[in-house]
Design a protein around this ligand. Structure first.
Ligand SMILES: Nc1ncnc2c1ncn2[C@@H]1O[C@H](COP(=O)(O)OP(=O)(O)O)[C@@H](O)[C@H]1O
Ligand SMILES: [Mg+2]
Length: 577
């Protein structure tokens, strides 16, 4: 995991090195200042030597200025390194997500991918910033201040050491207790994120089922649980403050006590006492900082792991090397095809499918919801790969084609189709970026979309809102069909793509297909038998198996299920729609 992540910060190696180096300089200068102060007090002020006061003051001023500069530079480089790191992490994640096949998309939910690209990256970015700054600053400050204290007065430095050990044990003890609570907290955050995102995305559904109160209740419960965990963690963490205060005041009292005696004895000077005060404060602050850094960095480990998982996730479906770049024709063959979404499950979603569809013919697919119609057609453009057997297009196994060639040759209008925000023309060019206006209009005429587009105020330049919110369901379906047609595919698959279109328009679309794209193999999944009854062959799917197969007339004779469904639909019985 670390290697994967560090790979993304390589570009910012220089900044990542510069930041701690400037921090080191800053610390050295900061430690130097109290030492100068002690000289100023002892040699200058006490002895009334103005020259010494001037010189030490000048040195202190210079040191302060330089340390300010070093601090600013270290801040600058740390910002460059950590935000550059974050940028690269996001880029690497995004690029790999774009390579995900449908199988990987099934495995990661959308909300989890978004969290991994946003929150997790921010966590790692903060942690990295701390590692290259605070992780250098705090230990150095601690050691350097302790060293100076020993240099000034051994006995008092030993007291410091004792107090630091005490505070260190308390702080890290607290972390030891709090860390698992924080981990639980982050998991809860994830849960809440997920359910919130789901419900806000589907807010129209929630409202139409009048589930608001139920969802609000649910949200409040989760939010409450989060509050409780957080309160517990913060209560324990709040002990940090008193422990720190206790240590600080103990030190002050002890130094004052011993210091006063030593000054009277003449073994220590006032200036030295003054600088010791400064050093102990720096040390305690450094310790505090170190403990916070420790919490943050260990928290971000989980984020780092989640990011690395996305970056290294390999797509299970790849384009073959030297894949075939031309498709002979739109003929389609299924040979002993078995398919499963989850690899090692015993029951298949598709079982022993054998089928031959000649180029240019029309195949109708019928079946109840969940009978695997969608799964069946997804195998053709390789949205998923078969588990066993093989699928051939143009007489060649689909896995031997270059993936781009295959997907350009097999256009599929997904059941859950979407339009993107942009004009109608822009949306159409998703199908084919080079399409001319004339070609776009022709495809829309074929899909019976031209008529309503012409009626829109801006015609083909009408702006489609996000998700196609400003067109009706039937209009959206026709636009999606037109978009698929622009690819001039060898095989065109419509997965229940005319469900929201009225019967007459539906028939017109099929008629247009028959006349104008005779060489394209058409695969039509439908609920209404009327949508497929003039197909060259129809298959009836049931529970992932072909239950019956033939033309409309043949099926009426041979399949009781088909006949009953047909008769029921003729009468317009909604039960069988
Ligand atoms: N992405 C998926 N992951 C796991 N199982 C799925 C997935 N998509 C569909 N299934 C399952 O496969 C079966 C067939 O679904 P599907 O092909 O969508 O049927 P249909 O299109 O006929 O309604 C169903 O049992 C469904 O739950
Ligand atoms: Mg389906």
């Amino acid at each position: 995991m670390l290697k994967t992540l560090l790979n993304e910060v390589k570009e910012y190696k220089k900044a990542s090195l510069a930041a701690p180096l400037w921090v080191a300089l800053e610390v050295i200068l900061e430690v130097f200042i109290p030492f100068m102060l002690s000289i100023m007090v002892d040699q200058g002020i006490e002895k009334g030597n103005l020259n010494v006061v001037m010189v030490t003051a000048l040195f202190m001023f210079l040191a302060a200025m330089l340390s300010l500069l070093a601090g600013a530079l270290s801040g600058k480089y740390a910002a460059i390194a950590s935000s550059g790191f974050a940028k690269n992490l996001r880029k690497a994640e995004y690029e790999n997500i774009m390579n995900f096949s449908f199988r990987e998309l099934d495995a990661y939910s959308t909300s989890s991918l978004i969290t991994r690209m946003m929150t997790d990256v921010t966590n790692v970015q903060m942690a990295y910033m701390m590692i290259i700054r605070s992780c250098v600053r705090a230990p150095m400050m601690l050691v350097a201040s302790l060293f100076m204290s020993f240099f000034i007065n051994r006995r008092i430095a030993l007291i410091f050491l004792g107090v630091i050990l005490f505070l260190g044990i308390v702080l890290f003890g607290i972390i030891f207790i709090v860390r698992p609570i924080f981990e639980k907290l982050f998991l809860k955050y994830d849960d809440l994120n997920r359910s919130t995102q789901e419900n806000i995305t589907a807010i129209r559904v929630v409202k139409s089922f009048v589930r608001q109160d139920h969802e609000i209740d649910h949200f409040n419960k989760e939010s409450d649980a989060l509050f409780k965990i957080q309160r517990k963690a913060e209560l324990i963490l709040a002990l940090n403050g008193p422990a720190m205060q206790l240590s600080a005041y103990t030190c002050i009292v002890l130094i004052s006590w011993f210091g006063a005696h030593m000054i009277v004895d003449g073994t220590m000077t006032t200036g030295e006492l003054l600088s010791l005060f400064t050093y102990i404060m720096s040390m305690l602050m450094a310790l505090m900082m170190l403990s916070m850094v420790f919490v943050m960095v260990s928290m971000s480990l989980a984020s780092g792991r989640r990011i690395a998982q996305v970056i290294t996730q390999e797509s299970t479906l790849n384009s073959p090397e030297n894949g075939i770049k031309t498709i002979q024709d739109g003929s389609l063959t299924f040979e002993s095809v078995y398919f499963n979404y989850v690899n090692d499950k015993p029951d298949y979603v598709l079982t022993d499918i054998n089928l031959n569809v000649p180029a240019g013919s029309t195949l109708g697919i019928l079946g109840s919801t969940g009978s695997s119609k969608t799964s069946f057609v997804q195998l053709i453009p390789r949205l998923y790969d078969v588990t066993m057997g093989h699928v051939e297009v143009g007489g060649i196994d689909v896995r031997r084609y270059d993936l781009q060639t295959l997907r350009d040759g097999v256009a599929m209008v997904l059941q859950k189709n979407v339009l993107f925000s942009g004009t109608i023309k822009e949306n159409m060019r998703w199908g084919n970026p080079q399409a001319t206006d004339e070609e776009i209009m022709e495809a829309c005429r074929l899909a019976q979309a031209d008529e309503f587009i012409q009626k829109m105020p801006d015609g083909y330049d009408t702006y489609i809102e996000r998700g196609g919110a400003n067109v009706s369901g039937g209009q959206r379906q026709r636009l999606c069909i037109a978009r698929a047609l622009l690819k001039k595919p060898k095989i065109l698959i419509l997965d229940d793509s005319t469900s929201a279109v009225d019967t007459r328009t539906d028939a017109q679309i099929r008629q247009a297909f028959l006349e104008q794209i005779p060489d394209t193999t058409k695969i039509i999944i439908a609920q209404r038998i009327s949508s497929v009854q003039d197909a060259d062959q129809i298959i009836l799917l049931d529970d992932g198996k072909i239950l019956a197969q033939g033309t409309h007339e043949q099926l009426l004779r041979t399949s009781p299920v088909y006949r009953e469904t047909f008769e029921a639909q003729q009468k317009g019985d909604p039960e069988h729609e």
